[in-house]
Ligand binder design. Structure first.
Ligand code: FMN
Length: 203
């Protein structure tokens, strides 16, 4: 099967991307609106870009339902701050509640029952249930497309990492303690307990 994305329905192109970029890590992003309302939403088009300085990125897409931009993107444009909370299996259900399309005045911390705790350097709170938090300052937004299912790349510099002490030994994070999950296609997720090792050539 050969597909020319310029001739295909964007919903099918989206299905190809989420069915083949697998499994995807999840940035659970907390922000605050210009009016001071808290927001929390998961994003699995998420990765790291640089360790020196530490820079990560994720991509809020234009809603396919109404062509509107997501609250997370609006809030970051307004305040230039956000927190990435890493998602563990233990609170996957509550994370999923935060993916509902709620109006901007809905606080997803209240909706999901997740616990906000203050950040040190930025206004958006951290998620207490999360074992790892990145406090981030906006570096740049690259708007790739304004069309439904188009996306904007949000680049943020990590100003501070918070790591639960029991996870870490000499800066190595134990995945069996963190139990991060990955997003698959549709409603499926992957656990990260099944792993194997490969030593790189020359190591
Ligand atoms: C695990 C998971 C990953 C998601 N990843 C993305 C993503 O990368 N980009 C995106 O635009 N929406 C993604 N969504 C959907 C958003 O979380 C959803 O649209 C949410 O309502 C956005 O909230 P906001 O409008 O408060 O920013 C994801 C949903 C789930 C459950």
């Amino acid at each position: 099967m050969v597909i020319d994305p310029r001739l295909e329905d964007p919903r099918n192109v989206y299905k190809i991307l989420i069915g083949s970029i697998l499994p995807r890590p999840i940035a659970f992003v907390s922000t605050i609106s210009a009016d001071g309302i808290r927001n929390l939403a998961p994003f699995s088009f998420f990765t790291g870009i640089s360790a020196n300085p530490p820079v990560i990125c994720f991509t809020p897409m234009v809603r396919s339902s109404d062509g509107q931009r997501k609250d997370t993107l609006r809030n970051i444009e307004a305040t230039r701050e956000f927190v990435v909370n890493i998602v563990s299996e233990q609170f996957a259900q509550q994370m999923n509640i935060c993916a509902g399309e709620y109006p901007p005045d809905v606080d997803e911390f209240e909706k999901s029952g997740l616990t906000p705790i203050p950040s040190d350097l930025v206004k958006p709170p951290r998620v207490a249930e999360s074992r790892i938090h990145y406090e981030c300052s906006l570096l740049q937004i690259v708007e790739v497309s304004k069309e439904p299912l188009g996306g904007s790349l949000v680049l943020g510099e990590v100003l501070r990492f918070h790591l639960a002490d029991d996870l870490v030994d000499d800066f190595r994070i134990d995945p069996d303690k963190l139990r991060p999950i990955g997003r698959m296609g549709g409603a499926e997720y992957a656990r990260t307990g099944d792993r194997f090792s490969l030593l790189r050539p020359g190591k």
